[in-house]
Write a protein that binds this ligand. Structure first.
Ligand SMILES: [Zn+2]
Length: 203
């Protein structure tokens, strides 16, 4: 089955499951049945997603936004990557420095732990692309904003709408020392344009 058709069929099945789960959710969480049923259905559609560790406000914003997407517009939104601990973020940053050959180039895709919204629990990487489009259009009502031009999947919970930046490195981060082992900045000579799935979940 072509991927696009497969995605459409899966989305239809997920919506149907959501509807079927409403009566059960009604027993478990009266008053929030549709919200709960939708999270269950999305959990089945995106079994690898892990919402643990997100800041309370970010978690509430994300789950309520995707419930609206699900019930009002039939749009599914799954979480690719949410909270990361500092060790994991540092490992990803180091891997990106190795891949690109410079700290400056790495920072266009992955931020060090001190600057990453993922480590603070306020960043969510979402899928599929249509879900990200929905969130870009409507997420502001929940305080969820796309913050980088080069990462369609990356959203952050903010109290005030942020100015969208071209890429993570464009943010004025805290002063940092460049590790002595790092190669000098290459001025954006960057890596390949095509991104692997793991690299999509970067900043
Ligand atoms: Zn991200």
């Amino acid at each position: 089955m072509p991927p696009a058709l497969r995605a459409r069929v899966l989305a239809m099945v997920t919506r149907l499951i959501g509807v079927l789960l409403v009566p059960i959710a009604l027993c478990r969480a009266p008053g929030r049945a549709r919200f709960v049923a939708c999270q269950w259905a999305l959990g089945l559609r995106f079994p690898a997603e892990d919402l643990r560790g997100l800041a309370t406000e970010a978690l509430a914003a994300f789950t309520h936004a995707r419930a609206e997407a699900f019930w009002r517009d039939g749009q599914l939104i799954g979480l690719t990557s949410g909270y990361r601990d500092a060790t994991e973020q540092a490992r990803m940053f180091a891997a990106e420095v190795r891949r690109t050959g410079s700290v400056a180039a790495a920072r266009r895709r992955v931020l060090p732990p001190r600057e990453s919204g993922h480590v603070r629990g306020i960043a969510v990487d979402v899928r599929p692309r249509e879900g990200a489009r929905w969130l870009e259009r409507h997420g502001g009502r929940y305080g969820l904003y796309r913050v980088y031009d080069n990462e369609w999947w990356h959203f952050e919970y903010r109290v005030v709408e942020p100015v969208r930046l071209p890429h993570p490195a464009a943010a004025a981060g805290p002063p940092r020392a460049v590790p002595p082992c790092a190669a000098p900045p290459t001025g954006g000579a960057g890596g390949p344009r095509a991104m692997s799935r793991s690299r999509r979940t970067a900043s």
